[in-house]
Design a protein around this ligand. Structure first.
Ligand SMILES: NC(=O)C1=CN([C@@H]2O[C@H](COP(=O)(O)OP(=O)(O)OC[C@H]3O[C@@H](n4cnc5c(N)ncnc54)[C@H](O)[C@@H]3O)[C@@H](O)[C@H]2O)C=CC1
Ligand SMILES: O=P(O)(O)OC[C@H]1O[C@](O)(CO)[C@@H](O)[C@@H]1O
Length: 380
């Protein structure tokens, strides 16, 4: 049986990627830092994915085990794996890189020339490439040459909404029915693995931007406006007519930029937006606005879901009024439990909103910055 190591036994690890791999005939080793989860996986050897949507279904996930990712056993598991996937969060990738590098060195020492592929399933532009860079920083020169030949690093886009939902068994997960996992065909080494639900694509950047700058753009604007108006969850926020109006128009503005940039079909893109807003309304997910808005500094960075669509659309001379409202709302995000939100609010207090926004977004267009400040002030 083929073996996959899934770094991160969290929502996406258990509710999406690990589940698909197990359903595709892999033994899945979950590598995490939380022993409680690892121990439970090893004890039960199964958990349930509750698909809760228009149609509901329970899926039993089997052929699984767990390992603490910081222990030497994790290196051994990777050294004998066919596939490694991650869903740990972008900031964690550099922390798992030394373990992956050690496993590649071990494969080389063992003379194991079977190809292995590593895919980072994170919300980011080319997350796998970022992981590869960190792994190579930890490899010897021989290790790098070995990895060049036998280790593939395909980038991907991942789309499934999996919020943490309390259930009787804490390793069970609640997911929406929809999922999309687009992986760059050209970067695989060896035979491309057959995985149910994985779509091979050639123009990955278009897929990443389509997902990140449609779903994630609309989702985070819903969360920031929802938080400002006291809505606890995404479905409650999107039910507010004004929020719905701003979010759908912001997604359209982002979409118009994407259509110009990637040549998407406008009708199909409008249908894609409509489908996503329908997903935000799923009442079973009870998705907390603070989860979706988490880490606002990352979300306000130049290449992420708020600023990149803004600069793309503005670059084509297209309207960006509702994206600007989204940025203004994000700057208001105030959650004492979120380190980045605390840092954001401290920066605004210290430097004023214009200077803080300029530093965080790295925008140089003075008119856009003026408009962001105006939206921020309107929302105050
Ligand atoms: N939850 C969602 O709906 C979606 C999340 N994503 C992305 O997937 C990634 C994971 O998100 P979630 O699953 O929601 O987060 P999560 O917080 O539920 O899971 C992350 C897991 O990584 C583990 N972890 C932390 N440090 C680790 C380390 N050094 N080694 C191994 N495991 C470690 C944590 O203990 C946790 O179990 C993020 O990049 C997120 O942006 C992408 C699409 C959907
Ligand atoms: O995981 P991030 O990047 O913090 O953002 C949360 C977003 O990711 C998702 O979990 C899935 O794409 C969305 O639910 C949400 O828009």
């Amino acid at each position: 049986m083929k073996k996959a190591v899934q770094f991160g036994a969290g929502n996406i690890g258990r509710g999406f990627i690990g589940a698909l791999l197990s359903q595709s005939g892999y033994h899945v080793v979950f590598a995490d830092v939380v022993d409680k989860i690892i121990d439970k996986i090893n004890e039960d050897k199964t958990y349930t994915v509750h698909v809760m949507d228009v149609e509901c279904e329970d899926q039993k996930i089997e052929n699984i085990s767990g390992v603490n990712s910081t222990k030497p056993e994790a290196v051994d598991e990777i050294a004998s794996a066919d596939l490694v996937t991650t869903a740990v969060g972008l900031v964690i990738l550099p922390r798992i890189a030394p373990t992956i590098a050690a496993a590649i060195e071990k494969r080389m020492a063992d003379g194991n020339k079977e190809p292995m592929n590593i895919i980072a399933c994170e919300n980011a532009i080319r997350g796998t490439s970022q992981l590869k860079k960190a792994v190579y920083e930890n490899l010897s020169e021989e290790g790098k040459a070995f990895a060049d030949e036998y280790v593939g690093f395909p980038d991907c886009a991942v789309d499934r909404i999996v919020p943490p939902v309390k259930s009787e068994n804490f390793i069970d997960v609640v997911v929406e029915e929809y999922y999309e996992w687009d992986v760059e065909r050209a970067s695989f080494k060896g035979e491309i693995p057959e995985i149910k639900g994985m779509t091979l694509v050639d123009d990955l950047m278009a897929y990443i931007e389509r997902k990140l700058f449609t779903l994630n753009t609309g989702h985070c604007i819903t969360s920031y406006l929802g938080k400002l108006r006291g809505f606890p969850t995404i479905d409650a926020a999107i039910a507010d007519e004004e929020i719905y109006d701003i979010v759908s128009k912001a997604m359209k503005e982002s979409g118009d930029g994407l259509i110009k940039k990637h040549g998407f079909d406008p009708e199909k893109h409008a249908a894609y937006i409509k489908k996503i807003i329908g997903r935000f309304k799923n009442p079973y997910l009870q998705d907390d606005v603070s989860r979706v808005g988490r880490e606002p500094l990352r979300k306000l960075s130049p290449t992420d879901r708020l600023i990149s669509p803004l600069t793309t659309a503005a670059g084509y001379g297209l309207p960006v009024d509702h994206l600007l409202v989204g940025v203004g709302a994000a700057l208001h995000y105030d959650n004492p439990e979120d380190k980045q939100s605390v840092e954001l609010q401290a920066k605004i207090k210290e430097q004023g909103v214009r200077e803080a926004a300029k530093e965080i977004t790295q925008l140089t267009d003075e008119k856009l910055l003026d408009a962001i400040v105006a939206e921020y002030e309107k929302l105050a």
